[in-house]
Design a protein around this ligand. Structure first.
Ligand SMILES: Cc1ncc(COP(=O)(O)O)c(C=O)c1O
Length: 400
């Protein structure tokens, strides 16, 4: 053996997904009979709309769907993605520029794998979704964090991006609406960032998976609609999981320039081949069907968002920027750190999350999973009563 350790350095360096870990711990405690309320999971609590399930059941009965599909996905689904892009983003794409992936997560990995080499840097606005730095690192490149705190609404500025740019900067990761913060870049901000990227010949990987979950009149701005000249250096990531309550179906996609999509398709053809045929049929029904249930879910999330922001804001020491998208609140908890809580003291948000779980039986994800300490993420994609009970317990625990 030439290698000194059994697990490779590349995989050995990967941290477990903190969000899934919190969720798993909460579920395990629940299974052991403890009344845990989990704010960790990033998934809608609603069932997938019936017409999508019906399409999948029908597809499962047809033997033609018991076979492989082309690695890049069913032609009908790629056409549906092109049509949906025209409808939701307002620009044309070629269906051949789409690669259907096993969830948005696989699209994230393949997008970075397709364009990064060792030595490359990717500017990563922080707080960031916990998977991005792992995917960048696995591709041999380096994430360069640019932090925007609660005081700036978790939105990075062009000046901050420019300060982080070096001759090795290959790409910018752009995610709006954002997981974990719920922040949404305005049209002007998106355009300014797009123009800066274009000026410097940097790639953009834009994650648009929360495009339909917006509140308070906030608008989703596709960066390619604002700066069409970026089309040759942009990879768009998306999926059906969040919009259609389809996290378990595992359908996402990446869309981009022909050479990148070809390389990523070759990669995927060896890695996972195609996405489950029946799931692709379900995704066609989702993307071509009515959007009224999506709107009903959005209205429910909006109601829960307001309850959560109001209740969290009442906690002394929490600062709660109002999230305008996705389904997460991301309060700063700096004001609580160092304070005694039932005989314990939390000096970091990770320690605070542990105390909240032990003492209040409520699971939240600490900021350390998404960048600097000092924050916690709570998903509001759970039942209204559970949400009120869970945040109520945190209020009670932290009442002075
Ligand atoms: C920002 C963001 N992108 C992509 C994904 C991937 O979702 P999926 O793999 O379920 O499609 C997630 C899921 O949490 C996410 O939050």
């Amino acid at each position: 053996m030439t290698s000194s350790s059994r697990v490779s350095a590349r995989l050995g360096a990967i941290a477990p997904s903190a969000t899934l870990a919190v969720d798993a711990k909460a579920k395990a405690l629940k299974a052991a009979g403890r009344p845990v309320i989990g704010f960790g999971a990033g998934e809608p609590d609603f069932p997938t709309p019936q017409h999508i399930v019906d399409a999948a059941v029908e597809a499962a009965r047809d033997p033609k769907n018991h076979r492989y599909t082309p690695a890049a996905g069913l032609p009908e689904l790629k056409q549906a993605i092109a049509d949906k892009t025209r409808r939701d983003s307002g620009y044309e794409i070629d269906p051949a520029s789409v690669l259907v992936t096993n969830g948005g997560k696989q699209a994230v990995f393949q997008a970075f794998a397709a364009i990064l080499d060792p030595g490359d840097e990717v500017i990563l606005p922080a707080p960031y979704w916990t998977t991005y730095p792992e995917a960048i690192t696995l591709a041999g490149a380096t994430p360069v964090e640019v932090f925007a705190g609660a005081d700036q609404g978790y939105l990075v500025t062009v000046d901050q991006l420019e300060a982080a740019r070096t001759e090795n900067t290959k790409a910018l990761l752009f995610c709006s609406p954002s997981n974990p913060t719920g922040a949404v870049y305005s049209q002007e901000q998106t355009k300014a960032i797009g123009e800066w990227v274009l000026e410097h010949g940097i790639w953009v990987i834009t994650d648009e998976i929360y495009e339909h979950l917006l509140y308070d009149g906030a608008q989703f701005t596709p960066i390619l609609r604002e700066v069409p000249a970026l089309a040759d250096t942009t990879i768009v990531l998306n999926g059906v999981a969040k919009t259609f309550a389809m996290t378990g179906w595992r359908v996402g996609w990446m869309q981009g320039p022909a050479d990148v999509i070809k390389a990523a398709t070759n990669f995927q053809s060896h890695l996972t081949s195609n996405v489950a045929n029946v799931s692709q049929r379900a995704a066609i029904a989702a993307l071509t069907g009515p959007m009224d249930e999506v709107e009903a879910m959005r209205v429910a999330f909006d109601r829960r968002r307001k309850t959560m922001v109001e209740m969290l804001s009442a906690i002394d020491g929490f600062q709660v920027p109002v999230p305008q998208g996705a389904f997460y609140a991301y309060p700063s908890v700096e004001g609580v750190l160092g304070r005694e809580i039932r005989g314990k003291v939390a000096n970091t948000s990770a320690e605070l999350a542990a105390i909240i779980l032990d003492e209040a039986e409520v699971a939240v994800v600490p900021g350390e999973a998404f960048g600097p300490s000092g924050y916690v993420r709570l998903s509001y994609a759970l039942a209204d009563a559970d949400l009120a009970e869970g945040v109520g317990r945190i209020q009670e625990l932290l009442a002075q």
